[in-house]
Design a protein around this ligand. Structure first.
Ligand SMILES: [Zn+2]
Length: 217
């Protein structure tokens, strides 16, 4: 279509290269939470520029009743890992979101596509999960991105879910279809408490080790 007329000249390419080289290389990125109040769903994803990502979704997707608001975003060192852990934690609450007129990246044509980063949880649950796993990733990996030995050991000590937590998931998933979110809320609270206390226990242990290790020669 108009793509051939839009080819940039050499000067434009050079100045774009210089502009790119001048800007600082992004360190880390964001995990964001968007909410569709009409659908009562949240989208949790990663981006280096949250505003740009929001605009991309608004212009590139034509979701029916897609009234999107930004709930929050958290800057993290390893956005891919944090977003992935959040998605895994909330796996039972994934929602089907069909985009009827998704703009195909290459052809620019509208195609139907399912988007997978949508969840049937409250924005508070989403934000708590992002903060939890962001704390975990900050502590558990070296600057090269490898899991520390300490945390490799800690993974074997993750407490099992209590029977109350397991019950609340079963009841919650049943009641969710009926539009009652109380059991789901209880479930998320119990699970967050278990993960939180496990990670906090580790903070306490590692700071004690750090203190005893800095007594000097
Ligand atoms: Zn789309």
């Amino acid at each position: 279509m108009g793509a051939q007329n839009a080819r940039p000249g050499m000067n434009v390419i050079d100045s774009n290269l210089i502009k790119e080289m001048t800007s600082p290389i992004p360190q880390g990125g964001y995990v964001y939470i968007f909410k569709s109040p009409a659908r009562k769903l949240v989208k949790i994803g990663k981006a280096t520029d949250v505003n740009l990502r929001q605009k991309q979704i608004q212009t590139g997707c034509q979701l029916a009743y897609f009234d999107q608001v930004e709930v929050g975003s958290v800057h993290v060192k390893h956005p891919d890992r944090v977003a992935k852990l959040v998605h895994l934690e909330l796996e039972n609450f994934r929602a089907r979101m069909i985009c009827q007129y998704h703009e195909h990246e290459a052809t620019r044509e509208a195609v139907e596509q399912e988007h997978k980063e949508w969840f049937d949880v409250s924005e508070i649950v989403a934000l708590e999960s992002v903060l939890l796993w962001s704390d975990f990733v900050d502590q558990a990996y070296t600057s090269e991105g490898a899991l520390t030995e300490n945390w490799a050991r800690m993974l074997t000590l993750l407490p099992n879910p209590t029977s109350a937590e397991i019950d609340s998931l079963e009841k919650g998933l049943k009641s969710l279809e009926a539009g009652d979110a109380i059991e789901v809320k209880i479930h998320h609270e119990l699970r967050a408490l278990r993960y939180r206390s496990w990670i906090k226990g580790q903070i306490w242990t590692s700071s004690r080790q750090a203190q005893s290790g800095t007594k000097g020669p």
